[in-house]
Design a protein around this ligand. Structure first.
Ligand SMILES: N[C@@H](CCC(=O)N[C@@H](CS)C(=O)NCC(=O)O)C(=O)O
Length: 209
């Protein structure tokens, strides 16, 4: 899918340095938006498992001590995956033009950060990257993750995309950890509308076909 399909005008294409770790869905969200819209960036790996985001050098640039984080080379720096996605997507079809639809997109992005990522991404990190056995994982992560997937299933049972009739930042924000939820012990076969939507988003992002 080319950038032009999503309506990013040439003048809005940016160049920046993106600090991230490819194991992190939060970092991949930003990378996918940048790739889709044709922004030019230089990727610098920051190993989150070994704590590189807490090194003095990194903290001096990005006091939040987390990735993704971007340096625009002119003194402007920005962290937080959804803030970065929205900044890069400004003016494109990934952000609905209608103000209410835009608010709906934000609704899902805020929900993702509070009710989805803290359960599904954290459980995945503990299981897949730290190798914690099931009995050492907080059961609340499981129930919260399942509740988030139930919520998504209810929404997607009636529509193909989170907002409107096409891909927006809401889908990209939510797909990042949903598509790897199995690595956190959540079998998406139990949430078929979610599973089908993951396939659509991956296709739109050029991961398939
Ligand atoms: N709310 C933040 C979360 C960022 C976050 O949790 N980053 C993790 C990787 S997914 C990280 O940098 N962890 C390393 C650390 O905290 O030292 C966002 O959406 O960007």
């Amino acid at each position: 899918m080319s950038a032009d399909c999503y309506g990013a005008p040439e003048r809005q294409r940016m160049m920046f340095t993106l600090y991230g770790d490819k194991v992190s869905g939060n970092c991949l969200k930003v990378m996918w938006v940048a790739d889709l819209l044709g922004h030019a960036y230089h990727w610098i790996d920051v190993d989150v498992v070994t704590g590189e985001a807490k090194s003095p050098d990194f903290l001096a640039k990005f006091p939040m001590g987390q990735v993704p984080a971007a340096d625009f080379g002119d003194g402007r720096r920005l962290a937080q995956s959804n803030a970065l996605m929205l900044y890069l997507a400004e003016g494109s079809a990934l952000i609905p033009a209608d103000d209410f639809a835009r608010a709906q997109m934000l609704q899902w992005l805020f929900w993702e950060q509070y009710s989805h990522e803290p359960a599904i991404a954290v459980r995945r990190f503990q299981m897949f990257y730290l190798g914690k056995p099931e009995n050492e994982i907080d059961p609340a992560l499981t129930t919260r993750g399942q509740a988030a997937l139930d919520q998504m299933q209810r929404h997607l049972a009636g529509q193909g995309w989170f907002v409107g009739d096409g891909l927006t930042c809401a889908d990209i924000g939510l797909v990042a950890y949903t598509r790897v939820a199995h690595e956190g012990g959540f079998d998406l076969a139990q949430w078929p509308a979610v599973q089908a939507w993951v396939g659509r988003v991956e296709q739109a992002l050029g991961m398939k076909g």
